[in-house]
Design a protein around this ligand. Sequence first.
Ligand SMILES: Cc1cc2nc3c(=O)[nH]c(=O)nc-3n(C[C@H](O)[C@H](O)[C@H](O)COP(=O)(O)O)c2cc1C
Length: 457
Amino acid sequence: MADRKLRIGLAAYGTGWDLNGWRLPEADNRGLVDPSVIVDVARTAERGKLDYVFSGSALGSEPDRLNRIYRWDNFVYAGYAAAVTQHLGFLMSVNSSFEHPYATARQLATLDHFSRGRTALNVVFGIDREGDPARNFGRNPVPTEGTKYARAREFTEVVNRLLYESWDEDFLLDDKADDTLVRPGSWHRIEHSGEFFEVRGPLNVPRPVQQRIPNVHVGLSEESLAYGADLAQIRFSPYFGLDRGRAEYAAQKARVASAGRDPEKFKIVPGVTVYVAGTGREARAKFREVVALQAAEEIPEVFSKALGVDLSRVRDSERVLDVVDIDALEPDALEGLYRGRVQRGAGDVRDDRLLLRQIVATQLGEEATFRELYQYVLRSCEDQQPAVVGDARDVADWIEENFAERVLDGVQVFPPYHRGPADAFVDLVVPELQRRGLFRTEYEASTFQGLLDTDNG
Ligand SMILES: Cc1cc2nc3c(=O)[nH]c(=O)nc-3n(C[C@H](O)[C@H](O)[C@H](O)COP(=O)(O)O)c2cc1C
């Protein structure tokens, strides 16, 4: 389709996304105490004509690992950032396992008015997340793996009914002479009584600006995919590589179609961490610098053996290309190291010789040492998303290929640290995508729903 355009979001975390990136000398970690850092992320996103900023939900507390867990309340953040932007959407994560639909509907409707229609709701369930959120919500029943989706469905249904069934459009009569502020019969109780929630309504905030505040779903299970097809407009998805990604994309669009909805209006947007610089060499060196911050003790024998390296003879500071004979390896040499991850290194490449060549060529660079390769493998076992590394053309090529192959409809970019990477994406990659006709040059709509071109569910 000629006018199919990318959707791009930018994640707002106090210290950026990478677990180690905050240790770079140039990293600005004041975002943990100074909101202006992530307010700048919103300004940067709007400067780049991006669709939205993403705020995750963190209800746990793990003081030793501040950078992922210690987060601002996302509704307060979005309310402030909405006042300093005009077009940007706010993708708000709410945890349906702990939060209440009445309070959430109030927050969403309020933000939708204050932002004039720029809100979306990402329902997450994290019951076993970092920092153990259940410990902060004592005495409230916590759903189990078996009930979390039932609760999420009921939560979403109640939120939507409160938003859209509470008030008629023309409820405000404002008849001073007749002492009638609200038109009689213009509001409705929802009288919800379900397995998890009991809510009478109506909501005490007017219906939102948007016809339908878009819903977002994450997750890998069948239940997540079914929830998405029935109730969401956007899938914030893991990245599975080209082959599996094509299949997952087609399967989810087919589910949306069988739910009687237009699959083109349903957007699939994986997260990516982008390292971009003026030259590919510079970008790979920066990525290597971050990889080298990954804590790693002695390289275990299982790793060196898998790569045919005898560490009693070879120093781990030697270049991979000097000490590993990639062509001589078995095609599944790395199998035991990746412990069943969904996405391995540069993508879902089956042949590990190809995978290794790709990692060295496109991510770590040819100077990569054996130790850095080990650190890379260690971190990529934990990370949910690929690092896309290179100059503007390399990054745009990666996005364009995955977009054209229908692996994704857009990307949610996670700056690995602050403040350079978000600006680098907007200043280097966005113009390249615009030159290729893949991304807007002006905002074409005033609401989030309009920008994303989503349906009414
Ligand atoms: C891409 C992605 C982003 C997520 N973001 C959050 C988040 O911000 N907060 C949270 O509590 N859980 C988050 N989660 C966790 C999901 O809510 C959790 O994994 C959920 O239980 C998905 O279940 P499923 O994979 O069993 O369907 C995220 C999961 C994925 C895949």
